[in-house]
Design a protein around this ligand. Sequence first.
Ligand code: DLL
Length: 441
Amino acid sequence: MTDFVVENRLFDPAEALPRGELAALQAARLVETVARAQAVPFYREAFARAGVDPASVRGLDDLARLPFTVKDDMRAAYPLGLLAVPRARIARVHGSSGTTGLPTFVAYTRRDLDTWAGLVARFLTAGGLRPEHLVHVAFGYGLFTGGFGLHAGIERVGAGVVPSGGGNTPRQVLLLRDLAADALICTPSYALHLAEVVREAGLGPSDLRLRLGHFGGEPWTEELRQALERELGILAFNNYGLSEVIGPGVSGECAARRGMHVAEDHFLVECLHPETLRPVPDGEVGELCFTSLTKEAMPVIRYRTRDLAALDRSPCPCGRTGARMGRVVGRSDDMLIIRGVNVFPSQVEEALLRVEGTAPHYLIEVSRPGALDEATVKVEVRPADFSDEMRRLVALRDRIDREIQAVTGVRMTVELVAPGSIERSAGKATRVVDRRPPGAR
Ligand code: DLL
C-alpha cells in the first residue's frame, strides 16, 4: 500500500448536480436523443415495431416504453449502419473486437470526442490524478477504446502521458522504472502481470514511483485490488465503460471507492431483471442498460450491456450525485452453468486469491465427457511453492479445492501448473475455455 491520500476534487460541477436538476436535464436530453435517433433507419423501424411515436416521448417516464438495442443489432448494422450523422462528420472510429468474427464499429463526432475526454477526466480526477502527474498507459492504442480514450482524458486533466501501449512487458517495466510514472493505466489482469515481471526483474514497489492505478475493461475482484495495491504500492481505482456506449468514462470510482459513479448527465442507466426486463430495486444485481443523452454520431437507446451489477443511489460522502454501480459480477452471457449452477469466473478468482501460494493466473476449462459437466481450473503456483515438496503442493491443491467449492458451490478439478505457463494477455485475460457443445452450455 501507499500512503498517498486522494483529496476529493470535482473535474466538472455537473458531477454534483442536485438530483432534481439532473432529472430535468436528463429529460430534455432524452427528447433530443430520441429525435436524433430518428435519422437512423434501425431506430425508426424499432420505434414503429414497438408502437412508439417519437414525438410522444416527453420525459423520463417514457423511457420504459422505448425499444431495447442489443449487440446483435450492432452486428446486423455492420459496418456503420447506426450512424446518425453524415459520414463527413465522423471524427474517429473505434471498435470492439467481438469474440467471434467481425468487430463492432462505433463512430464519434468532434463533439463526441470532446465529451468523451471530459468524462474520462472526471473519473481520473475523482481517483486522484492531478496535472502534475505522469501516467503510463499500457492499453492498446488502436480500435480498442482503452488507449486513445484514456490518453485524451489524461491530457484533459493536464497530466503527462507515457503512451506505452500494449505488449512487450519487460520494456514496460523499464519505462515504469526509468520514467518513474506516478500512475498506471491498463486492465487489472495486465497490471497483475506487470507486477509479476517487476518481481522477476528483482525489483519492488520502491524501485517504481507508482502511487495510483486506474484499472478497467474487464471484471475484477476486491481481492485482486488488494493484491495489486500491495504488489505495486498503489491505490487502485475501478472504472467502467463499453464501446457501444462511449468507451471508458461511463462510470468510475471516487476516493470513497464504494461503487463507480455513473455520468448520469450523459447516460441514463437502468438495472433490469435479465429475463423480465423490469427494473430491480437498488442494491440488487441486474443487467445494466444505458441510453446515451448527448452522443451525436451514434446515439444508443436502451442498450442492453449483459453486464450484471447493482446500483446504489444513496448519497456519497464525496458529493457526487451520480448513481454508483457496484463491481460487475459477470456478464449474463459469460456466466457458466456447471451442473446447473451459475458460476462466474470472478468467483473462481475470489476463491484463488484467498489461498496463499497461488498466483491469480488461472484458466477454467469446462467440458462434458459423459452426462455431467466437468470443470477443471488450471492454477499457477508461485515459483517458491512449485519447487517445494509434494506434500505442500497437495495441501495447496486441497485448499483451493475447498475454497472454490465454498464460493461457487461447485466441485471442480484443480490442476496446479508451473509458474508462467498460463498464457498472458496484454489486454483482457481469457479466463474460460468451454468445450461443451454449444447447445449444452
Ligand atoms: O473495455 C472500454 C474500457 C476500456 C473500459 C478501458 C475501461 C477501461 P469494450 O471493449 O467494448 O470496452 O468492452 C466492454 O468490458 O461490457 C464489460 O463487460 C467489460 N468491462 C469494462 N470495464 C469493466 C469493469 C471497454 N471496470 C465490456 N469491470 C463491458 C468489469 C468491465 N467489466
